[in-house]
Ligand binder design. Structure first.
Ligand code: PLP
Length: 423
């Protein structure tokens, strides 16, 4: 085991049991530093924020420090552009609600078939405001023309959808099923160019970084994004989500969700209708510190580089094994090749004469014990529903999702069980 992985693993007490956590896209393990901060908050500073007595001053500072650290994770220009929600689904719904007054009848909202969190709220908003929803669907990957389940989002399909009426484009930075990374910066640049050609009143982009944030560094400024969110419980932290709204959008697009007598110009009140869970919000500060601790330079970019490099050593053998099972009927759902445009979230189905249900593949893993993987559509319902040949929407795909604290030895064990399952 490399020193990088050893160091990472040592910060997760749950990994000492040897259990193989391979459902990380569902939820990662929580770093000890995060748990220590939550515990410290509850044991020592658990009072209401905003009062002048000393403990309240400290708890107020602690919760405020979470915006500072989340701003670094987003690469936001200011902590004033960051708020929190109980989940990313809630964060996206809050955004859609806050945007309601700035959506006009006939506006067009573009969504993807990826996780419903960044689609459902916009679809419901469209119904409320008489706007139209358009779908940016995944298409067959050029790199695997013979595998109908090797699909990806292509900017070439987005651009023709943009008209003078487009108001919102909502998409994922990384698919929680396909594992493929969308080139966010290029997509937004191309879409803004088209928008200025067709003369749009106002176009804004909402990017779901939930499946992206555990593997790569977010850059809302570099990407030129208006709204962005991710869930800390998938990034080695607690159940709380961070949400970014660009200062200009806060000012001109969003209407406050909170009480009329509060500071409606502050982001935390604009898109955060009530207080966040104080202890978990403070706990999120441990996520940044954990990530920074992974490399000697204490630099986020270096940490994510090391994470991405190690994750490729997990992804390569797993994909190679699944590709070798193509004659057995195994079809990778997503990009078949390893590479930096892909994270180690690997989905597949077993088709053909000796087809296996996804739930039966997972059952064998459950019976063996000591390892957690999962099957289903993982709320990327429309993506799975649109695959052809059609899959049973409930049985859907088997997903093995790894992160940087997984080891090559664990991948070897997973492959050994897969060999048994496939016979
Ligand atoms: C890509 C993606 N977006 C959004 C979500 C929803 O996140 P939350 O559970 O915090 O609502 C998930 C959860 O799995 C996800 O994978």
């Amino acid at each position: 085991m490399s020193t990088f992985v050893e160091k990472a693993r040592s910060q997760f007490p749950s990994l000492a049991s040897g259990y193989i956590f391979a459902d990380n896209a569902g939820g990662s393990q929580c770093a000890k530093i995060v748990v220590d901060r939550i515990s410290d908050y509850l044991l020592n500073t658990n009072v209401q924020l905003g009062a002048d007595y000393s403990v309240s001053v400290e708890s107020t500072q602690r919760v405020a420090s979470a915006s500072v650290s989340a701003a670094k994770l987003f690469n936001a220009a200011s902590p004033d552009e960051v708020a929190f929600a109980s989940s990313s689904t809630q964060a996206a719904e809050n955004l859609a609600r806050a945007l309601e007054n700035d959506i006009q009848e006939g506006d067009e909202l573009i969504v993807t078939g990826e996780h419903e969190a960044n689609a459902g709220g916009w679809k419901k908003l469209a119904v409320r405001r008489g706007a139209t929803v358009k779908f940016w669907h995944a298409r067959q990957s050029e790199s695997a023309p013979n595998n109908p389940y090797s699909v990806c989002l292509s900017v070439d399909d987005l651009i023709p959808l943009i008209t003078s009426k487009t108001r919102i484009v909502a998409f994922t930075a990384c698919s929680n099923i396909l594992g493929s990374i969308v080139p966010v910066k290029d997509v937004i640049k191309a879409a803004r160019t088209k928008a200025s050609e067709v003369g749009i009143r106002k176009i804004e982009f909402s990017v779901d970084c939930v499946a992206y944030a555990p593997h790569r560094q977010i850059d809302v400024q570099g990407w030129d994004v208006d709204y962005c969110f991710f869930s800390f419980y998938k990034v080695y932290g607690p159940h709380v989500s961070g949400v970014y709204a660009r200062a200009a959008s806060l000012k001109s697009s969003l209407t406050a969700l909170t009480h009329h007598f509060l500071d409606v110009d502050s982001i935390s009140y604009k898109i955060q209708p009530g207080g966040p869970g104080y202890e978990t919000t403070y706990g999120t500060t441990g996520v940044l510190d954990y990530l920074l601790s992974l490399t000697p330079s204490n630099d986020l970019a270096a940490s994510f580089k090391a994470i991405a490099e190690h994750e490729q050593t997990l992804l390569g053998p797993l994909l190679a094994f699944l590709r070798s099972q193509e004659p057995r009927g195994v079809r990778i759902v997503g990009d078949e090749q390893a590479g930096l445009s892909r994270v180690p979230t690997v989905s597949f189905v077993v088709t053909g004469e000796r087809a296996l249900r996804s739930q039966d593949v997972v059952k064998t893993f459950d019976q063996k014990g000591g390892i957690g993987i999962r099957y289903g559509h993982f709320y990327a319902y429309s993506l799975v529903d649109n695959l052809t040949p059609k899959l049973d929407i409930v049985d859907a795909v088997v997903r093995i999702s790894l992160v940087h604290y997984n080891t090559v030895e664990e991948v070897e064990k997973i492959i050994a069980i897969l060999k048994e399952v496939l016979g």
